[in-house]
Design a protein around this ligand. Structure first.
Ligand SMILES: Nc1nc2c(ncn2[C@@H]2O[C@H](COP(=O)(O)OP(=O)(O)OP(=O)(O)O)[C@@H](O)[C@H]2O)c(=O)[nH]1
Ligand SMILES: [Mg+2]
Length: 306
């Protein structure tokens, strides 16, 4: 199955909740009245589109109905899908495989969001593009985390910098930055811990890692990717708000889009945080990561064939 088909299959549940529900509400020659508009509003909220975004969509829709520009159920459907597409199409800034070395990517996000797995997939992406890739195990919180990254490094042929469990994450980052420069690596991807039991410490630690990377390589980290688990829906938006206080997030990786009904949250992320979604993950395999493509996503969401 190609990636588009997997994305489509992955978004089936979201589609059921959003596009299919809208279809259902708008079947035939239904009257566009307040009751119907309220039901549409509820559908958008239930699909994790986000309250602000829903409000914006509904205000525009109601305006169109009042001006009699939107009269039929078909008009409503077209209007909504176009607006959603427009929001998503504003996405920009994907860097691609050609980067100026040494290009440093810092991965942040809560426990289990998919940071380490995404590093594996990103390593594969850059390796495939002919790049020399190094990963750094700056999640020193538990031994398992280091081993997990090591497995991905072996699988993708990336170099790994690791210290013992419990060592200072910043010293791993410093070692990695120096080694990446000395060894002429093209890409360095730094893993971090996601524990949130102690938010203050975690945020301070991220700031420190960030500073140390910047000291070693001017302008680095070039990319700070916040990894969000799509299955957590609106909660992911709160995480993004929290992390953006201590890091200059340049992009979002939305993982686990396979099988969640909350894929609509991607629309809210763009609209409410104005941080571009750069990658989407639809599985645990090496090739289950793709640059985010707004058209592809919207088409998959509305069940439109490519
Ligand atoms: N289905 C699915 N599973 C994923 C995806 N990305 C990651 N996972 C799984 O989610 C789980 C957690 O992923 P990790 O990469 O370990 O998450 P992490 O952010 O590094 O977590 P910590 O190291 O605990 O902070 C693993 O079982 C992954 O296989 C995805 O796109 N789809
Ligand atoms: Mg991890």
């Amino acid at each position: 199955m190609g990636f588009f088909d997997r994305l489509k299959a992955g978004l089936a549940k979201t589609r059921e909740k959003l596009a299919d529900k809208i279809d259902e509400l708008l079947h035939g020659s239904v009257k566009i009245d307040d009751e119907l508009l309220d039901e549409l509003e509820e559908t958008l909220i239930m699909s994790d589109v986000g309250t602000k975004t829903t409000e914006k969509l509904m205000t525009n829709l109601r305006k169109g109905v009042r001006k009699a520009e939107i009269k039929t159920s078909d008009d409503v459907k077209k209007f909504l899908s176009n607006q959603i597409r427009e929001i998503l199409l504003e996405e920009e800034g994907f860097t691609g495989v050609e980067v100026t070395p040494p290009y440093v990517i810092l991965m942040i996000g809560v426990n289990g969001a998919g940071k380490t797995t995404t590093i594996g997939k990103l390593s594969a992406y850059y390796k495939e593009g002919g790049k020399k890739v190094m990963v750094a195990a700056a999640d020193t919180f538990r031994a398992g985390a280091i081993e997990q990254l090591e497995i991905w490094a072996k699988r993708t042929g990336a170099e790994i910098i690791k210290h013992n469990e419990g060592t200072n994450p910043s010293s791993v980052a410093l070692d990695a930055v120096r080694s990446a420069v000395a060894g002429n690596f093209d890409v360095l991807i730094v893993d971090t811990a996601g524990r949130l039991q102690n938010k203050f410490n975690l945020m301070e630690e991220l700031k420190k890692i960030n500073r140390i990377i910047g000291k070693g390589i001017a302008g680095a980290p070039h990319e700070v990717l916040l990894v969000l688990d799509a299955t957590t829906g609106q909660n992911a938006l709160r995480q993004a708000e929290l992390f953006s206080k201590s890091a200059n997030i340049t992009g979002i990786v939305l993982t686990k889009l396979d099988g969640t009904a909350k894929g609509g949250m991607i629309i809210g992320i763009k609209e409410e945080l104005n941080i571009p979604v750069k990658w989407v993950g639809v599985g645990e395999g090496l090739d289950d990561l793709r640059p985010f493509n707004a058209k592809e996503f919207a088409d998959a969401l509305f069940g439109i064939e490519e």
